[in-house]
Each structure stands twice: as C-alpha cells, then as structure tokens.
Design a protein around this ligand. Sequence first.
Ligand code: MG
Length: 280
Amino acid sequence: MEKWPIGVFSSIDAGLGVKLEVAHELEIPTVHLHAPHKASRTQENAEKFLKRLEEFGIRITVVFGGFEGESYADIPTTARTIGLVPAETRAERLVELKEIADFAKLLGVDAVALHLGFIPPDDGAIFDEVVAVTQEVCDYCRDLGQNFHLETGQETAEGLLHFIAAVDRDNLFVNFDPANMILYGSGEPIEALGKVGRYVRSVHCKDAKWAAQPGQEFGAEVPLGEGDVAVAKFLAKLNEIGYEGPLTIEREIPQDPERQKAEVGAGVKLLNDLKASFLA
Ligand code: MG
C-alpha cells in the first residue's frame, strides 16, 4: 500500500467533517468516518454507502464514535461531557459504541476510535472504572477483528502510556492528533508523538495555536500549516517512528462548508508537497 495516503475526517449525517462529495472533488482517497446517527446504522445503509465510496474511489480507514450530549464548549464542559468517562452516561454509551463497532464491521472497517474523555488520575475507583470499560470495548472490538484507537489530546504522553498499560489489551492503539495536545495544553506534540509512537495507528493532521494559559482555556484551531504544530516536523517524526498510514486532515468548521473545502484543499496541497520532499 502507498505510504501516507491523504485522508480527511468525514461524515454522512453527523454534521462533522467534510461531506464525501467534497473529499471526492479534492481527490482524497481515504477518510475517517464519524459514525452516523443510530437510525442510519443499518445493513441497507452500509451497503448503499459502500457503493458510493466505491464510485468515489474512497476507502474508510477508521470509524469514529461520538455521542449525544457531548460538548466541546470549553475545557471543563469537555471534561464533564465527553466519552466514556462521565459515569452517568457510561453504560448507555458503551452499548452505543458497541453498535458503532458493529456498523464499522458492516463497512468492513477494522479500526474504531473515540475521544474517551478526560482520563482521571490513577488514584481511585474512577480510574479503575474507566480502565474496565475500555477493556470491555477492546474485547468487543477484538471479537469483530478490530482495533480500538484512543484520540489523543487531553492526556500527557506519560498519562496516556500509563493508561494503555493499565488497560493491557493488544488491540488498543492511538489516533494521534497533534493539535489537540496544543488545544488542551497537554504537552509539546512532536515530543509526545515520539513517546507514544509505538502505539500510533492513525493520525489527524490538524493545527492549533497555544492558549495564553494552556490547560485553563482552549487554544485556537487554525488551518493546517498556520499554527504551532510545525507540520514538516510532525511528518519527520511520523517518518522516524515508522508510521506509514493515512495523513487524515481534520478541520471542524462545518458551519462554513465553502471555507472548509478551501482550507482542506490547501491542507491537501501542503501535505502532498511535504510528502514529495520526504519520499523523494
Ligand atoms: Mg482529532
């Protein structure tokens, strides 16, 4: 398989990421797919969707889970509402994540990913509960022949490595998003990538600027190449750790699809230029 095929974060009906038609227009061969709403996750829709993907020459490499009630409004809200960490919604979200893994299986996709939430410190029952639910997800995915990828961002590299070791499952990997490290103020992304490199099975090419008070407030997401990630160094580090999978652009401005398309298009060009210099 080609090294570093370009990708983009996409969705059918969830309102996130670019539409498939846009990915096709920009000649992007792979996507990370945000899981569609429950009503759309049927065998019939999977078949229709696969047909469209085939016409477009697009391959899904990862299916991302997401849930009703999640909000990225600010860091405290994110910590309170995202993923499998909040106790009050954990059981129902676990059920839904398994259904999403089943849908990914219908699509023939062997990786499911999730923003798990803010992993609590390893000093009590909540950490153990989050470890246990993650083990259950991993075991469910394993039975479907799938890996489970943790979206990075909220944790430091050390925190993430500690959690992965605690879960202790060989199908648990990392979707590395360098911009999230900056947005959440959880560490220098390139250094963090070096530390978690052996677990990285998918990446988001996204850029951001540090906040004045990292960790207290969000940094700002910006178009790829205009932030503090240093995209050339990011690719150099990916090369160093031996990552050869898709370079998946993520640009979450669905409220402005024209701008999104223009910025994703510019991101494709930037990555293709950098790729050419690395692979030359
Ligand atoms: Mg991401």
